[in-house]
Design a protein around this ligand. Structure first.
Ligand SMILES: C[S@@+](CC[C@H](N)C(=O)[O-])C[C@H]1O[C@@H](n2cnc3c(N)ncnc32)[C@H](O)[C@@H]1O
Length: 566
């Protein structure tokens, strides 16, 4: 029955998984695997509260395992509101019955959470305790997470030490350190690291091309003949897997190469350290991270938490010490939140211009698409990105600096809370969501999923409430099954929320449900995107064919407008 539980977990069928789990409990047949699989099922379906209650039950039954603990840690580390509890679970491993010894996967799960939520100090503590307290050697991923966090916090000396102490230099780490050096305006360090990073990228690219060539030859040498089973089939699967890993590595390296090129070009353009510093301060003042959004805080607390986040994770503390710049950043932030409502005052970011329109990209990832559109838009149009993962907000911030994008604001936090608590009603003219995360990649149930996902009915209502009358929402995805599900959700909520389908005569229609159309195409002028040809990390990834359920070619789009009558 554990197998059937695992299958339900894989398919994200939480209610069926709960049923099997309860039967096993009632029959006294639950073992440590049962608990581990059940906790994983809850986490996969984003039901962390249920996972915690199963974890408590596991503790009472004295059936702890490192797998269960790691899944619990993953669930808790997925949100800024609960990541502190993940640390608690991790460090109490030896108190469980039977006592659990942590492994590198448990630590990496927690460190990945720290990276997502910008917990630099907590990550450094965990990284130090791995070897010392738990006898676990950090691997390449552990160092990568910590180096990225330290570099983003502009603690580049420490980042360099971690990089030197843990294996051969890796391009991803060297590029992180370059970014930290550039944003600290430490150009001597940047020039040195940028040379090393460039060489490392070339070396790693050559290695990736060589291995993927070998894999192609091996794969082409007839190993698919016995694909149904046996050792040969395993070899074939391994070879395909290795080839995909190499293609992915090549994709990552191309991305790193272009990131390094944009830093070098900025370095070449800025005339002096003074000018560079002004650019960094101006962009830092346009970063608004609302961590722990689940707690509804008053304005003073929000500001305090924002400053603490920028100090710890974006290097504001370090930058102020070196350049004495805190005043300018704090002053802009003070004007950014309304005195009474504590909501964002978008027009405060366009200093001497009147604000003609506000355009918001939700789930913006590293902010590339929004930055590209913002640079091409008319004067007086303010763009904003909204992203959950702080490391991606940081990428957006650095893109603002290195790309000289001064009409873009990077907002961090859970879109559910940020829309409800920080965005004024009727204040946004255009909303875009490109490649939102589906609850699952595909499913036999046509237009529903048991797993939690962002774009549910309440979220559509929330988007409608912040949208100005006549404003539009454009949602673009590579996943057809998910896009059709979104058409059904939009149809359910449209008339209640005052939303209607925008008719785009030049785009083919893939399907339609109660007047809501699924177009094949990407947002253009009619949806408020002025520039053609914008791309993003995930867009390129899906086009490369690496994701199994994503279309390499077609993009599916829903476009709705707010009529104001509901
Ligand atoms: C598949 S990625 C697409 C990113 C980007 N639009 C692109 O095309 O590269 C989806 C993004 O949505 C973000 N996300 C997921 N849930 C979110 C939430 N509740 N609030 C804000 N962002 C969220 C994820 O962190 C991730 O960066």
């Amino acid at each position: 029955m554990n197998d059937s539980l695992a299958l339900h977990a894989k398919r994200k069928q939480l209610s069926a998984a709960v049923e099997v789990f309860e039967t096993l409990l009632a029959q006294n047949r639950a073992n440590s695997h049962t608990y581990a699989i059940m906790i994983n099922a809850c986490v996969q379906c984003s039901n962390v509260a249920k996972a915690e209650s199963v974890f408590e039950e596991m503790k009472r039954s004295k059936m702890a395992s490192v797998q269960a603990l790691t899944s619990m840690c993953r669930g808790l580390a997925s949100s800024a509101d609960t990541i502190d509890r993940a640390a608690f679970v991790l460090y109490a491993a030896r108190e469980l019955k039977p006592s659990v010894e942590l492994n590198v996967r448990s630590f990496n799960t927690y460190l990945r959470g720290c990276l997502m939520h910008g917990r630099v100090n907590a990550a450094v503590d965990a990284f130090r305790s791995m070897k010392k307290t738990w006898g676990v050697s950090p691997d390449g991923s552990s160092s990568q997470y910590v180096i990225s966090l330290l570099s983003n916090a502009l603690r580049i000396r420490e980042a360099r030490v971690v990089s030197q102490q843990h294996g051969a230099p890796e391009a991803v780490n060297l590029v992180s350190i370059c970014k930290g050096a550039a944003l600290s305006c430490n150009f001597a360090e940047f020039d040195r690291m940028s040379k090393l990073a460039g060489k490392c990228i070339v070396k790693e690219k050559e290695a990736a091309t060589k291995t993927s060539g070998m894999q192609v030859r091996e794969h082409g040498a007839g190993k698919t003949q016995d694909a149904k089973g046996g050792k040969r089939a395993w070899k074939c699967t391994d070879s395909q897997r290795a080839r995909a890993a190499n293609l992915f590595a090549a994709h990552r390296l191309t991305e790193l190469e272009s990131e390094l090129a944009s830093m070098r070009s900025w370095r070449g353009r800025v005339g002096s350290v003074e000018e560079a510093r002004r650019a960094v301060v101006s962009a830092l003042a346009r970063v608004l991270v609302f961590s722990r959004c689940g707690e509804n805080k008053d304005r003073e607390e929000v500001m305090k938490s924002l400053r603490a986040t920028l100090a710890e994770s974006f290097g504001l503390a370090h930058f102020c010490k070196e350049h004495n710049e805190e005043v300018g950043v704090v002053h802009t932030h003070n004007r950014a939140l309304d005195e009474n409502s504590s909501k964002i005052n978008f027009s405060s970011f366009l200093f001497r211009q009147s604000c003609k329109a506000v355009k918001l990209e939700i789930c913006s990832g590293e902010g590339e698409w929004a930055a590209y559109q913002a640079s091409a838009d008319a004067p007086g149009v303010l763009w904003a990105t909204l992203e959950l993962r702080q490391n991606r907000v940081h990428q957006t911030f650095s893109r603002m600096v290195f790309g000289d994008v001064d009409n873009l604001v990077a907002i961090g936090g859970d879109a559910r809370h940020v829309l409800a608590q920080r965005i004024p009603l009727n204040s946004v003219d255009r909303i875009f969501i490109n490649h939102p995360e589906p609850p699952q990649q595909t499913s036999s149930s046509q237009h529903s999923s048991e797993a939690a996902h962002l774009l549910d009915v309440p979220f559509f209502e929330s988007m409608a409430s912040v949208l100005a009358t006549g404003g539009t929402i454009a949602i673009t995805s590579d996943n057809r099954w998910y896009s059709e599900m979104l058409v059904h959700i939009a149809a359910q909520v449209a008339s209640r929320a005052g939303l209607e389908c925008v008719h785009l005569a030049d785009l083919p229609v893939r399907c339609e449900h109660r007047g809501i159309k699924l177009y094949v195409g990407v947002p253009g002028e009619a949806c408020g995107a002025p520039a053609k040809g914008g791309s993003s990390y995930f867009d390129r990834l899906f086009k490369s064919g690496l994701a199994k359920n994503a279309s390499c070619v077609e993009r599916y789009m829903i476009c709705l407008s707010k009529s104001g009558t509901c």
